[in-house]
Each structure stands twice: as C-alpha cells, then as structure tokens.
Design a protein around this ligand. Structure first.
Ligand SMILES: [Zn+2]
Length: 482
C-alpha cells in the first residue's frame, strides 16, 4: 500500500476497504471474501452467523445505556462487478484490485474498483470495530451475489434479523436517500402457429425498424424512446395491402428496450410498390414523432426470403397483439414526484415453432404490478396466446413520512445545511426482497458518491466517503437517542 492510501481518514474504514480490495470477489465467487468479513466480526469478539446461501450476520451490542432501543440493521453486499479495459489482463479470480488515488478520487488500475459495494461493507465493519460511537444494538448483514441475481437477498430467511430499521449502504449519490424500488415480473406469451406454403405469385420482404436508442427497461423507460417492436407493429398495422407473416424478431432481452425489430412478410407481387410506399410514409411519421428523444429510429424494406408463412389468422393475431400490448410508463408515483410507479417493457418477440412474446412489468406497488400483468394476460388471451409469469420479485413501497427517513434527513441537514433528496428508483434493489421477508421493517439506503460504477472508470470520492461516514455515525446516534 502506498503512503497516500495509508494516510486516509477515518483509518478503520479505509483499512477495511483496502483489505477487502485484496480479496477476489466476483459475483457468485465471493465465498472467500464473505468468510473474511465473518472473520473480522469474530476478531472483534462479536457474534457471527452464516446462512446456507453464504450471507453473513454480525451482531454488536448497544453502546452503554442504549440496550433497550430497537435494533438497527446495516446491510451491504460483498460481491462486485468485474469489468476491465481491453489489454488489462486482470484475473478477477486471483488478482487483487489495484487501488490508486487521484486527488479526491480512488480508482482501480484498469478495472472496476468495487466501491459498489465494498465501501458499504467497510463502513459496516468500521461501525462494528468502533469503541467511541453512540448506537443502539446493531446487526450487520452482508449479502452475496447482489449484482447477478440478488441471490443473497432473495434467499434471506425471515426471522433471522432482529432489526426494526435497516440502513442499506449501497447507494451511490451523496445528498440522496433512497426509500423505494420497483418489483418486477416477466410474462412469457406463446401461440401455436399453423404453417402454410408461401402463396403463389407473392414476394418476400423484410420490414425492418432500426436505429432506435434502446436503454434499460427500468431506468430509461420514461425517456420517450422508441420500442422497435411497437413501431414495427404500427408499420405493419398500417400496411394498407394484404400480407402474410413468415417471421417476426425483435429485441433480445426482457430488461432492454428493443432497438431493432424485423418482420419477414409476403405480399402479392402487384402490391410490393404500395407496401414500400406505405412503409416509407410510416418511417417518416415515426421518426418525426420520436424526434429529439430518439432521432435515429426509422423503418425500411429490403428483399427477403420465406419458406413458409403463418396462417392468415395466426399472422393477424400476432400483429394485433403487438399493437394491443402496453409498453412504457403506465403510472407515475403520487408519492414521489418524478418517479415512475408502474411500467412495462415489451422486450422480445420471436418466431420459433410458434410465436413468442416476452414482457417485463415493474411497479413499486405490488397490486399495480399484478394488475398490469393481468391486463397483459387478458390481451394475450384475446389474441389466442397462452401466458405464464416467471421470476417475480416484490417492490419496495416508498413511505416518505417514515421516522427513519426523517432521522436521516435531519442528520443530513445538520451536517450539510441542505435538504436531503428523498428518492426511489424504478428498478430492483435488495431492499425490495428484504422487505418482503421483514414486513414492517423501515428501510432506507444512502452512500457516498460513486461514479461510473460497473465500468473500469468506477471511482469513489474520498471526501464524500468521509461525509457518508459522519452521516452514518450521526444517524446511529439519533436512532439510539430516539
Ligand atoms: Zn451495489
């Protein structure tokens, strides 16, 4: 360790962060790092428990005089995203992260830094190690595999934690407190297709929608971007001439807004010119409609090839379904200004033996999520598609008036002179899963400034981390004193 890292204050926090950085901890390969965390707890003489999936729970008694106060849980995840620049040749299964300082920032040479969420783990351990803090009874929950499956939170058992309050230490923006997230559920829709020979006298054409920006189906859903599948459905719906569907393919992930979609159709040779003219017209309409929000989106027609076509009824059912299915923001939150409460992403359409359509619906309100999935089921049923739901996980309903949120806001105001920004995100977080197992637990998430997480540019502000530490210490003291 170079001296410019050895001098960082508060020393215990940085000691834990730098020591953890020496231990490989890719998601699903973090067992050694999790055991190292457990070992730190044992070395402090604290009670340490592990569960079957590998989560770690360390309990620390209250500081003198506060044993009667409600237990406060702190929580962070031990795994990290492993990304590196080309040519770095870092082996994430054995090599330590090469942490370096650049002014106020810590970075890693050529790789992700793992401040997400190594800094949360380090802060939790530093609270356990500290002798001079005022705090209620504390438990530190360290979860595994947040980044590639939320596995630790998902497998967390109920009845293990005693906390009435939970401080999640996995946020990346100082001056913000996160108090809600969205749950999600996938819908897989399927229709058996009757295949027929290509009608005589027809030509095959590829109608393609492309050039859309795409984006994350949660975080970018409100940005007014094109869904290439929806645009393709509009273009086909406005074709103006009879056509048959040979195949449709669009999008490749349920959690990404589709950037491209292609239908191979056949039309009577005499109708080709009219079809091409109509698609060109539609391309102009939709690129003008999305305008600055998605300037590249367009539609075009190329020669195609088809060996079979779906029956007329099957083809019509697919196009009608793609037109009818919802996509995008369904409802904004009445509780948190600017927060998307409920949305769905029509993410994938494929032609295999039959037609397959996948959607990912999200909401911070469980009943709204279910109602939207019900609506999708109903539209699919009308179009003769069967559906199943997979991978459902719960949301975390924002409660801006909760006492814990007030305590954090007051502590931040006392420290910075500023109002804290109370926010929720339209994507999944561990707190959603934890809250499902611990109904009634008040939860909030905050952290220091981490920029460019999940990339080799990831960096952590040292001064922001110092303020994060002061905030955490003050919040614990306020929770102790009530
Ligand atoms: Zn994280």
């Amino acid at each position: 360790m170079t001296t410019d890292l050895a001098d960082l204050q508060p020393a215990p926090l940085w000691h834990y962060f730098l020591a953890l950085s020496q231990i490989p901890r890719a998601s699903k390969q973090e067992a050694v790092a999790a055991e190292w965390v457990a070992e730190q707890g044992r070395a402090l003489g604290l009670t340490v428990e592990r569960d079957g999936v590998g989560n770690v729970l360390i309990r620390k008694p209250a500081s003198p005089g506060f044993a009667h106060r409600p237990v406060v849980a702190m929580q962070a995840h031990v795994d990290m995203v492993c990304e590196q620049n080309e040519g770095t040749n870092h082996d994430f299964t054995v090599d330590p992260i090469r942490v370096r300082r650049e002014g106020d920032l810590l970075r890693a040479t050529g790789t992700t830094l793992g401040a997400d969420d190594g800094i949360g783990v380090a802060a939790g351990l530093a609270v356990l190690a500290a002798k001079d803090l005022v705090h209620p009874p504390i438990e530190l929950l360290i979860t595994i595999d947040e980044e590639t499956g939320l596995t630790g939170a998902n497998e967390l058992r109920s009845g293990w934690l005693a906390g009435k309050y939970l401080l999640n230490l996995d946020s990346e923006e100082e001056g913000h407190v996160t108090i809600g997230c969205a749950g999600g559920v996938d819908t897989e829709a399927f229709r058996v297709v009757t295949w027929e020979p290509v009608p005589a006298g027809s030509v095959a054409l590829r109608v393609k929608v492309h050039g859309a920006k795409g984006g994350h189906s949660g975080g970018d859903i409100h940005l007014g971007r094109a869904n290439a599948i929806k645009v393709l459905a509009q273009v086909l719906g406005a074709a103006g001439v009879p056509f048959r569907v040979a195949s449709v393919a669009g999008g490749n992930k349920r959690n990404a807004i589709p950037r491209e979609a292609v239908a191979v159709i056949t039309v009577a040779a005499a109708d080709e010119a009219a079809l091409r003219a109509r698609v060109a017209e539609q391309a102009a309409v939709w690129s003008a409609t999305f305008g600055a929000f998605d300037p590249g989106v367009t539609a075009s027609v190329e020669p195609g090839a088809a060996e079979r076509v779906a029956s007329e009824g099957d083809g019509k059912a697919l196009v009608n379904l793609l037109m009818a299915l919802p996509h995008g923001v369904e409802q904004m939150s009445p509780a948190i200004p600017g927060l998307v409460q409920t949305s769905t992403n029509l993410g994938v359409v494929r032609t295999e033996a039959g037609f397959e359509v996948n959607l990912l619906s999200r909401s911070s309100i469980e009943a709204n999520k279910d109602a939207l999935a019900d609506r999708i089921d109903a539209a699919c049923a009308l179009a003769g598609f069967s559906t199943q739901r997979v991978g459902g996980y719960p949301g975390w309903k924002p409660e801006p008036g909760a006492w814990l949120v007030t305590v954090i806001a007051e502590a931040w105001k006392a420290q910075s002179g500023q109002e804290i920004d109370v926010m929720a995100i339209h994507a999944g977080l561990e707190c959603g899963l934890i809250g499902e197992k611990y109904p009634g637990m008040e939860m909030a998430s905050f952290g220091p400034d981490v920029r460019d997480a999940h990339t080799p540019e990831e960096n952590l502000s040292i001064s922001s981390t110092q303020r994060f530490w002061s905030l955490l210490v003050d919040v614990l003291e306020r929770l102790a004193k009530g």
